[in-house]
Design a binder for this molecule. Structure first.
Ligand code: SF4
Length: 750
């Protein structure tokens, strides 16, 4: 028997990006634990991380392409085929639709798991460009798009997202976030709970605003219950207090921040008393929160899913950052800060073209494009509504929109109307069961790994890369996406992805050589390409990543900067590389046309006026509204086919307050029918005092009871699909993000 070997890699199962230590025996994972020497996570691990190999070993995971035989997904069978056969069918299907109906007739949906895969992060964009279709959708519009839009307006770049400097702050004000269950989101912070404990141990304070008394709220100094969907009122009222009491102090960024006077005027009508009537947070508390924020030596304002997935999600997201700006807590240690990841250049002139939306509009309901995509809430209607530009074929890359997007049963039916569908996914799930062909990428242990999206959101600058742990017969995800890009480009593009790789590698090198004051201005593309591609065990994604890292903020510039970073350096650092505490990055990273932090973008001022107009209607005290909730052993719908993560007490339940349960005649453990404008579900009742009266909660990502899904364990514990209840017509207009929290519902005993 071979000796055990130890390997290190980053956990890909949530945004926290913990370092893992894997013990391998006889070609299989014997044990997974947290890597104590990892510079970012320091040994932290959660139950999902230690179950990583169960996903790899899942017998339901596809290891080869499959083709659906039969029209009805409920009764169809799946036949394994070779990669060449699969791509031939895809070529016929996609090109046929393009030829008959035009390029917009092929749409695409990109799911959340793709952000956790280096191959998808690198090659989704070339695929989108090659498609030449306006019908692009993603999970961003059921998640974080409001943050992109508010960052775009404030800083000129939708990817400039400030994170709370957790390790140095004195005050953490959180809204609609539950990192004890999620481990953090839009904020890469392994052991978020431990970092929260450290804040309190050093004398700081944590305040959590949430309709539920979550584990995060219970481990805070103060829980402030709030009515779902009203965070913008609370935050604007806090801003109005700051201006009314002359507490505004922008600190170091004052000289390059504009629009303060306009914001002061815009928020004036939002008094604490008015906000109290709408939010349920009393006026004295709102005033105190504003004063605490202004008085703290350092403070952070962190809003997440509960503030984003609502009708004023972008405005609430803007307001969290505006509060940090107005109290001198933006871009300063202990406040909200911008990470600088190893693959980022960190260069910038401090101004740019700014951010805008609406370069084109969706066909059926005229939604503006945001970051080159349309709201996923509009996907079903774009498939089912006849006319020029109707989607007739769909590419899905990861994700499960039949479970995760509004009016899910409508989308489920719409997918059945497509002429052709191809899915890049390792599972036959509720969405991919509609595909004609499923192309499975390798498991997380069979690919190389660098968390490009999440290191750019880390509370401490850090880099880590690992190569594949196990060999695979499968095509890498980058190869699959490159082949799809060639197919939709047209016959002239050929079928060999190497040409695309060469183009991308040479283009990246040429750009680096041509930079003003480039340290490699005297080098040639051919010379540098030889260096990048010298290791034959590395793949195209690794070559491209190597270029980004070598020419990034900490890079070695191909030897021109001694001791700089390269992929070789990361490969030789199994516990990752500590790149230091976050440092101020403004104004250099601004991309606004004015070269300032633009507090008063007209779109934001208009939305403040919209809030002013809509808040005239007081909330109905007898109405019930539905919110979601998160669980530590789950991440959207991905992990419900792993027994250790789903066993035990039923988790897909309706949380309801005892007063509401008594009024409605519900009993704990009984069943309730929950109905919204668009759908209804029957769900087990769980009565709890940890939720505000008038609010009920069901977790999302469940509903694995549809026929034709190949997920033995998940099908045995299906739960219900809460997105049957979410309304595709309720969106945040600035971002196109769906309203997933605060949905009016009725509840009755079954
Ligand atoms: S917290 Fe996230 S990254 Fe860390 S072990 Fe758990 S799932 Fe993995």
């Amino acid at each position: 028997m071979a000796a055990d070997t130890i390997h290190h890699r980053t956990c890909p199962l949530c945004e926290a990006s913990c370092g893992l230590e894997l013990t391998i025996r006889d070609g299989a994972v014997l044990r997974i634990r947290g890597d104590r020497e990892n510079a970012l996570s320091k040994g932290f691990i959660c139950p999902k991380g230690s179950a990583l190999q169960r996903l790899h070993e899942d017998p339901d995971r596809l290891r080869a392409p499959v083709v659906r035989r039969g029209d009805d997904p409920a009764t169809a069978t799946w036949e394994e085929v070779s990669w060449d056969e699969a791509f031939a069918i895809v070529e016929e299907g996609l090109r046929g639709v393009q030829q008959r109906h035009g390029r917009n007739a092929v749409g695409a949906y990109f799911g959340n798991p793709g952000v956790h895969s280096l191959g998808a992060v690198m090659f989704n964009a070339p695929l989108i460009r090659a498609m030449g279709s306006m019908n692009i959708f993603s999970a961003s519009t059921v998640d974080q798009m409001p943050k992109h839009v508010s960052s775009g307006y404030l800083f000129g770049n939708p990817l400039s997202i400030p994170v709370p400097d957790l390790d140095r702050t004195d005050l953490l004000l959180m809204l609609g976030a539950n990192p004890y269950e999620s481990n953090g989101s839009l904020c890469t912070a392994p052991d978020f709970p431990g970092r929260m404990r450290a804040i309190r141990e050093r004398g700081g304070r944590i305040i959590t605003v949430d309709p539920r008394n979550t584990r995060t709220a219970q481990n805070s100094d103060e829980w402030i219950p709030i009515r779902p969907g009203t965070d913008a009122h609370l935050l604007l009222a806090m801003l109005s207090v700051l201006f009314a009491e002359d507490l505004v102090d922008l600190g170091a960024i004052a000289e390059f921040t504009s629009g303060v006077a306009e914001v002061a005027a815009a928020v004036e009508p939002f008094t604490p008393e008015r906000a109290a009537a709408i939010t349920g947070v009393d006026a004295a508390t709102i005033v105190r929160l504003a004063r605490e924020l202004a008085a703290a030596d350092t403070a952070t304002v962190y809003g997440r899913i509960g503030t984003h997935t609502v009708g004023f999600g972008t405005l609430a997201s803007w307001a969290t950052d505006a509060l940090a700006i107005c109290t001198g807590n933006m871009d300063t240690p202990g406040g909200m800060m911008f990470p600088l990841a190893a693959h980022e250049s960190g260069r910038g002139k401090g101004r740019g073209r700014g951010f805008s939306t609406g370069r084109r509009h969706s066909r059926v309901r005229n939604y503006p494009e945001v970051r080159s995509e349309f709201p996923v809430a509009a996907l079903a209607e774009e498939i089912t509504t006849p006319g020029d530009g109707q989607i007739r074929a769909l590419i899905t890359v990861a994700g499960n929109p039949v479970l995760s997007t509004p009016s899910a049963d409508r989308l489920d039916a719409a997918l059945g109307e497509l002429e052709f569908m191809v899915s890049v996914d390792p599972w036959c799930n509720e969405t991919t069961r509609h595909a004609n062909v499923i192309l499975p990428p390798p498991s997380a242990l069979e690919r190389s790994d660098y968390h490009m999206a999440f290191f750019a959101l880390a509370v401490h600058n850090f880099a880590d890369w690992s190569g594949p742990l196990f060999p695979t017969e499968s095509l890498q995800e980058s190869d699959i996406l490159a082949r799809l890009a060639l197919i939709v480009t047209g016959p002239e593009a050929g079928t060999d992805p190497q040409g695309l790789y060469d183009l991308m590698i040479d283009g990246a090198l040429q750009s680096a050589i041509a930079l003003p004051d480039s340290p490699i201005a005297d080098r040639t593309v051919a010379d540098l390409r030889r260096m990048v591609t010298a290791d034959p065990s590395r793949m195209a994604v690794d070559h491209l990543l190597d270029i980004m890292i070598r020419t990034g903020a900490y890079g070695d510039w191909f030897g021109a900067v001694p001791d700089g970073l390269s992929l070789d350096v990361l490969a030789a650092s199994p516990h990752g590389v500590d790149l230091g505490a976050l440092e101020p990055r403004l104004p250099a990273m601004l991309r606004t046309a004015s070269g300032t932090v633009e507090l008063a973008n007209p779109a934001i001022l208009d939305d403040i006026a919209r809030l002013d107009a809509t808040s005239a209607t007081p909330p109905d005290p007898d109405a019930l509204v539905l919110i979601g909730r998160r669980d530590l052993r789950s991440n959207n719908s991905w992990m419900h086919n792993v027994n250790v993560l789903v066993k035990g007490k039923e988790r897909c339940t309706l949380n309801i307050h005892p007063e509401d349960a008594a009024r409605l005649g519900l009993v704990d453990g009984g069943e309730a029918e929950v109905a919204s404008r668009v759908g209804r579900v029957v769900v087990p009742v769980e009565i709890t005092g940890d939720i505000l009266p008038g609010v009920v909660s069901i977790p999302h990502g469940w509903g694995h009871s549809l026929p034709g899904v190949r997920a033995g364990i998940a099908s045995g514990r299906p739960g219900v699909n809460t997105n049957v209840l979410t309304d595709p017509e309720q969106l945040d207009p600035l971002s196109g993000n769906a309203v997933l929290n605060g949905i009016p519902v009725t509840v009755a005993p079954v």
